[in-house]
Design a protein around this ligand. Structure first.
Ligand code: AMP
Ligand code: GLY
Length: 425
C-alpha cells in the first residue's frame, strides 16, 4: 500500500513510526513531515493546508490511503476533495469536522441529541455576553467560537475578569474565530481524553489518555497545547469508559450520520468525569498531541488495517485494536519562552541517539540545519516517550533519556504523570 501522511508535528512523527512498522506498507510519503521522520518515509514539502497540492501529491504517488494529522487540513476540506477523486481518507469532511472547528456547532449538536455536556449560551455582542453572565455561576468559562490554536478558552474567577475576557475575545484577538463567544457552566471533575476510530456509522474505542495543559510544574502557568501525556489514565475506569462509549461516543457518531455529515476518522472526546458521569468538554476531529504519541507506543497491533477500514467506511471488517498492558508517558521538551515567545533556532544535541527499546523521541518542532545539526523550530520541540510496567517506571525512563539530551535552550515539566503516580503510590 502507498500511504500519504499529512502533518509535521510529534503526533505525525508517532503516526509515521507506527505506520512504518506495518507489513502492508509499500511506500510512506509524508507532507511536509519533519527531520525526525526522514528515515521513516519520503518527505515532500507540501504544507498541511495546501489542499490542492496534497490532492495532487496523493494522485501522483497512487495513494491507497491518506491519513490526516492536523485539523487545519480537515477544516480546509482535504477529506472532501479526496472523496471527489476517489482516494480513501482517514479524517472527517469539513462539515463533520465542525465538531471541533465550531464550538457553537458542537454545543448545539450535543444539546439537540441530549449528549451530556455543560450548559451554555452563544453570544455575538459583548453586551449580550456581559448580560448573560448573571445566568452563570463563577468560575466563568468563556470560549471563542472557532479555532484559536488551543488558546481560545478562559476560566475567569469573577465577573470583572469574565467581562475583560469577553471584550478581548470579541475584540478581534482571534479574528473570525472570535466573532462569537460561548459561555459555559463550569464542570467539576477530573479530565481525560478518550479516542475512538469511526467509519461514519460506528466507532471502535482506542482508549484514553490524560495530558497536562499548563506550562509549568504543579499545573500552573499559561495554557499550552500539552506539555505531556500518559496512557492508560487511571481516571478512565472500565465503568467510565463504558458509559462514555454508550452515552457519548456512539450517540455522537450515529447522530452525525443521521444529520447527513457522517464522521470518519478519529473522534477525540475531551471528557470531564463529573459526579453524575462523563460529560463532553470538547471534541476534536484529530488525534491529540501529545496523546497520540503515547497511544501509538501502546498499540500492540498494526494500525493500518483499522485506519483503512475507517476510511473505506467499514470498520466492522477489522478487529478492535489491542494495547500493551504497560504504561507509556510522554514528556514534551519545549523551547524556552514557550508558549508566548519560544526561542528559535537553538542547537539540540543527543536527541537522535538510540535510547533503547523502551524509549522513542518524536520530533515536534525541529529543523535540520545545512550542517546536519538539529535545531529548534517551534514551541514544542521534542516528545520524549517511554514505556514501563507502571507509571513510575515509564516516567523514570523518560526523564533518564531527557538527561542525555543536551539542549540548554529547552525546558520540560518534571512532574508529568503526577495524578496517576499519586493514585498508584
Ligand atoms: P477546550 O479548549 O474547550 O478543551 O477548553 C480548554 C480547557 O478548559 C479544558 O481542557 C478544560 O480544562 C477547561 N474547560 C473548558 N470547558 C470547561 C467547562 N465547561 N468546565 C470546566 N472546565 C472547562
Ligand atoms: N493535547 C491537546 C490537544 O491535542 O488538543
Amino acid at each position: 500500500m502507498n500511504i500519504l501522511l499529512v502533518g509535521s508535528g510529534g503526533r505525525e512523527h508517532a503516526l509515521a513510526w507506527k505506520i512504518a512498522q506495518s507489513p502492508l506498507l509499500t511506500r510512506l510519503v509524508i507532507a511536509p513531515g519533519n527531520p525526525g521522520m526522514e528515515k521513516l518515509g519520503e518527505l515532500h514539502p507540501v504544507k498541511a493546508d495546501d489542499v490542492e497540492g496534497l490532492v495532487a501529491l496523493a494522485r501522483e504517488i497512487g495513494a491507497d490511503l491518506v491519513v490526516v494529522g492536523p485539523e487545519l487540513a480537515l477544516a480546509a476540506g482535504l477529506a472532501d476533495r479526496l472523496a471527489e477523486v476517489g482516494i480513501p481518507c482517514f479524517g472527517p469532511s469539513a462539515k463533520a469536522a465542525r465538531l471541533e472547528t465550531s464550538k457553537a456547532f458542537a454545543k448545539a449538536f450535543l444539546e439537540r441529541h441530549d449528549i451530556p455536556t455543560a450548559g451554555y449560551g452563544v453570544y455575538e455582542t459583548a453586551r449580550e455576553a456581559r448580560e448573560a453572565l448573571s445566568a452563570f455561576k463563577p468560575p466563568y468559562v468563556i470560549k471563542a467560537d472557532g479555532l484559536a490554536a488551543g488558546k481560545g478558552v478562559a476560566i475567569s474567577p469573577d465577573v470583572k475578569d469574565a467581562e475583560a475576557e469577553i471584550e478581548r475575545m470579541l475584540g478581534g484577538r482571534f479574528g473570525q474565530a472570535g466573532a462569537r463567544v460561548v459561555i459555559e457552566e463550569f464542570m467539576e471533575g477530573e479530565e481525560g481524553s478518550l479516542f475512538a476510530l469511526s467509519d461514519g456509522r460506528r466507532a471502535v474505542l482506542l482508549g484514553g489518555a490524560q495530558d497536562h495543559k499548563r506550562a509549568f510544574d504543579g499545573d500552573v502557568g499559561p495554557n499550552t497545547g500539552g506539555m505531556g501525556a500518559y496512557s492508560p489514565a487511571p481516571v478512565f475506569t472500565p465503568d467510565l469508559v463504558k458509559r462514555a462509549d454508550a452515552e457519548i461516543v456512539q450517540p455522537t457518531i450515529r447522530a452525525m450520520a443521521s444529520e447527513g455529515s457522517p464522521y470518519r476518522g478519529v473522534l477525540y472526546a475531551g471528557l470531564m468525569a463529573t459526579e453524575s458521569g462523563p460529560k463532553v468538554v470538547e471534541f476534536n476531529a484529530r488525534f491529540g498531541d501529545p496523546e497520540c504519541q503515547v497511544l501509538m507506543m501502546r498499540l500492540a497491533d498494526d494500525i493500518v488495517p483499522v485506519l483503512l477500514a475507517c476510511a473505506r467506511g467499514d470498520v466492522s471488517t477489522v478487529a478492535a485494536p489491542s494495547f500493551k498492558p504497560q504504561t507509556v508517558i510522554c514528556v514534551v521538551m519545549a523551547a524556552k519562552g514557550y508558549p508566548d515567545s519560544p526561542l528559535e533556532g537553538s542547537i539540540i544535541r543527543g536527541a537522535e541517539q538510540d535510547f533503547g527499546p523502551h524509549v522513542q523521541v518524536f520530533h515536534a518542532g525541529t529543523k535540520r540545519r545545512s550542517d546536519g545539526q538539529l535545531a529548534a523550530a517551534g514551541g514544542r520541540v521534542l516528545n520524549v516517550c517511554a514505556l514501563g510496567d507502571d507509571i513510575a517506571q515509564a516516567r523514570e525512563r523518560a526523564y533518564a533519556a531527557i538527561r542525555q539530551i543536551d539542549w540548554p535552550a529547552g525546558f520540560c515539566r518534571s512532574d508529568i504523570g503526577w495524578r496517576a503516580l499519586d493514585r498508584e503510590g
